[in-house]
Design a protein around this ligand. Structure first.
Ligand SMILES: [Zn+2]
Length: 155
């Protein structure tokens, strides 16, 4: 057996790199497309929470839980990004700075294997892209239904 350090899976989401491309590279490629092409940008509100939930080192424990709730509201409740901004503004008025998405106790990596990662998202054209992002976000949402959010920090 030869050592193949270059194909180690991502420590957070478990995705294997595609050649030289890591999940971080793929995320940056997605963001570049979403922020420049409205056809791709249509699913921005799914891409960000799905990726962040699979990379919890970017978040605090409270931030991870809030992100899980945000994904749920976009995906299941069908809340629009404009409505979400409105809701967050309202919440900030009633509970100013109740917690930070990034500061505080760090979120830990859930111990299960994710069904799907960002590496399954094809960037070929907007229609394929939007379908793949939605499928991936739904898989993330499905996977975290098994996580006891209050027990996320238990080892
Ligand atoms: Zn990853």
């Amino acid at each position: 057996m030869t050592q193949r350090d270059e194909v180690l899976p991502c420590l957070e989401c478990g995705a294997l790199p595609a050649g030289e491309e890591t999940c971080t590279d793929r995320y940056h490629a997605c963001m570049a497309l979403e922020l420049t092409d409205p056809g791709y940008g249509a699913v921005h509100h799914f891409t960000v929470p799905a990726y962040m939930l699979q990379h919890p080192s970017h978040l605090s424990t409270d931030g991870w839980r809030a992100m899980a709730q945000i994904l749920h509201e976009f995906l299941i409740e069908g809340v629009s990004p404009a409505r979400m901004r409105q809701l967050i503004r309202q919440q900030q008025k009633t509970q100013p700075k109740s917690f930070s998405m990034v500061k505080g106790e760090a979120a830990e990596r859930p111990s299960f294997t994710w069904t799907q990662t960002i590496m399954a998202v094809r960037l070929d054209d907007p229609a394929t892209y939007c379908t793949d992002v939605r499928t991936w976000a739904e898989a993330v949402h499905h996977d975290i239904q098994h996580v006891d959010l209050t027990g996320l920090n238990q080892r």
